[in-house]
Design a protein around this ligand. Structure first.
Ligand code: SF4
Length: 145
């Protein structure tokens, strides 16, 4: 029997460029079996290796349950289990710990990382936060990692 393959056009989620991709979906198995760069003004039928070949994780049935959907912290040190908390508690926890590290070791002991998957505005805020609030120029982005 020949598999029935459906084309599903989508936008690559790996970085902010926004290349269009065509996923080849086996309808019976509901699985992505291939991917090709689509024609668009953005990528003109081309894609980098991440967009072209980095799709197999999408077939993992546990993809949704493995995502972190709520804030979690380790309340009793690095070896303690992660527990779900509310946003207010999570933000206070991060702020208190960043302040404690800054006071003890200085602002240059802290480094921030922006993301190619975030908007320019979010990345701008990240570097502003690191420079104006933390007081360091230790800011980089994921493309260098
Ligand atoms: S450059 Fe690569 S990672 Fe970025 S959107 Fe295009 S295919 Fe995806």
């Amino acid at each position: 029997m020949v598999a029935k393959i459906k084309d599903v056009e989508t936008t690559c989620g790996y970085c902010g460029t926004g290349c269009r991709l065509t996923l080849k979906v086996d309808e019976e198995r509901n699985k992505i079996v291939d991917c090709e760069p689509a024609q668009s003004e953005i990528n003109e039928g081309k894609a980098c290796l991440k967009g072209w070949y980095g799709w197999d994780y999408l077939n993992d049935p546990k993809i949704l349950t493995r995502r972190v959907n709520k804030p979690m912290i380790r309340k009793n040190g690095r070896q303690s289990p992660l527990v779900e908390v509310g946003w207010d508690e999570a933000v206070k926890f991060v702020a208190d710990n960043l302040l404690a590290i800054k006071n003890k070791y200085g602002p240059d002991s802290i480094m921030g990382t922006g993301s190619g998957r975030s908007t320019n505005e979010n990345n701008y805020l990240m570097q502003k936060f690191m420079r104006a609030c933390i007081g360091t120029n230790n800011i980089d982005h994921c493309a260098r990692l």
